[in-house]
Design a binder for this molecule. Structure first.
Ligand SMILES: C[S@@+](CC[C@H](N)C(=O)[O-])C[C@H]1O[C@@H](n2cnc3c(N)ncnc32)[C@H](O)[C@@H]1O
Length: 408
């Protein structure tokens, strides 16, 4: 940044920064809004010199310092337009004029899964969100985005981390609210726990009322079966398994999938199925073949099928769909395909789908950029894209989920 120069913010960029143009190049100003004027003060940052439209009151005291949120200062209409715009722009970059619906925004306090950083210094543990590339953790007293049950566990989680981390060591906590309590996995360098230390960790887990505690790969405590109910089916899951971040978003995504099926659909393939988030809601109506490369996820899904009631037949297979995407021939006979890949998208699988005759393809994605890339492939293969629905389950972050439906 250049000292003392004033700029006017024109728009909000992909990471939530305000963007101003200077000498034909974009300048990014964190936490700035369109219509505001800012003075750029060298490497140290920038200062607001003139207000634009009203700012929103942040819902959290840690906003601006915590790595979790970038957008609590945006008024609701600006925020929703920005999130929708992320999807519109991603398609625009691929030459697609997408029909993008208004954003479905989840409620605050509904996020059931958190990946938290912990560090031990001077005997004390700091617990907070670490954004990519950011090193400093802000110790959290609250987080209005997370399920309050997770927030209430913060003090106990610090105690757990204190028992595990050496001085100066950092660790990573994955905390998930399952059907009957919190599932906590703590990853740290240290692996050599004595029997006494293990007993102390187990005692702390009991005191916190945790459903399960895992340190590294070692099971430390369990207070019952760890299940998550998806589409009315309880699935016993292993620590750290992928789940959609917010239950409400999971239902919106599942409903969009089910409601987009052809009326007479009988069989659907669920690509990148995970433990069956979309498989089970789909299986209430149609036969499903579920595929994922994660052995533990497919085992959980298969076990759940055995005791599930009121669903159509489900088959589940382990398959690496990057190395060995389902071919157009293998896709033959399915009335619809759902694909919900990781952030990298599913370039090769999209090519096979584009060459197939599957009447309806439903793409679910947490990355508008790779969704748009894969959409281009499907459109070039003869599919017509219907409405795209952005689902804002990563509240106040620069991420957004989206569902797109393709037909031929
Ligand atoms: C975004 S998650 C979606 C899971 C599931 N549809 C859900 O909603 O819970 C992506 C899934 O892709 C799976 N995956 C990642 N790489 C894969 C690959 N190469 N082949 C098949 N599945 C893969 C992961 O195991 C994960 O379950």
């Amino acid at each position: 940044m250049v000292d003392g120069v004033e700029v006017e913010i024109a728009r909000i960029g992909a990471r939530g920064d305000g963007v101003a143009m200077r000498d034909g190049a974009p300048v990014y100003v964190p936490f700035a809004l369109p219509g505001e004027r800012w003075r750029l003060d060298g490497e140290d940052g920038a200062a607001r010199v003139a207000d634009g439209p009203a700012r929103a009151e942040p819902i959290c005291r840690h906003f601006l310092r915590c790595g979790g949120c970038v957008a609590q200062h945006m008024p609701g209409d600006v925020y929703r337009a920005w999130k929708r715009g992320l999807v519109v722009e991603a398609f625009g970059h691929r030459g697609i004029e997408a029909d993008v619906a208004p954003v479905v925004v989840v409620a605050a306090g509904s996020r059931r899964r958190a990946v938290l950083g912990v560090v031990r210094r001077g005997g004390e543990v700091t617990l907070g969100f670490r954004e990519e590339g950011q090193h400093k953790l802000v110790d959290l007293a609250e987080c209005p985005v997370l399920d309050p049950v997770i927030v209430a566990a913060f003090p106990g989680l610090r105690t757990l981390a204190r028992l595990v981390l050496k001085e100066g060591e950092t660790g990573r906590l994955v905390v998930t609210r399952l059907d009957h309590g919190l599932d906590v996995s703590l990853d740290a360098e240290r692996r050599d726990f004595s029997a006494d230390e293990r007993a102390e960790l187990a005692r702390q887990a009991r005191e916190m009322g945790l459903l399960r505690l895992t340190v590294g790969k070692e099971p430390i405590a369990s207070a019952g079966t760890a299940t998550v109910t998806l589409g009315g089916v309880a699935i016993a899951v292993e620590p750290g398994i992928f789940l959609q971040a917010v239950p409400e978003a999971e239902r919106v995504i599942a409903d969009l999938c089910v409601n987009s099926l052809p009326r007479r659909a009988k069989t659907v393939v669920d690509l990148f199925s995970g433990v069956g988030t979309l498989t089970f809601p789909l299986a209430r109506r149609v036969q499903v073949m579920a595929l994922d490369s994660d052995k533990r996820a497919i085992a959980a899904l298969s076990n759940a099928v055995r005791h599930a009631q009121g669903i159509k037949p489900v088959t589940a297979r382990v398959r690496d769909l990057f190395r060995e995407p389902l071919s157009a021939r293998e896709l033959q006979g399915f009335d619809a395909a759902v694909f919900d890949p990781p952030r990298a998208g599913a370039a090769d699988q999209a090519e096979r789908l584009a060459a197939s005759k599957v009447p309806v393809v439903i793409a679910v994605s947490c990355s508008p950029a790779t969704l748009a890339r894969d959409a281009r492939t499907l459109i070039d293969g003869g599919y017509t894209m219907g409405q795209v629905t952005p689902v804002d389950q990563f509240l106040y972050s620069a991420h957004v989920e989206a569902v797109a439906v393709f037909r031929r």
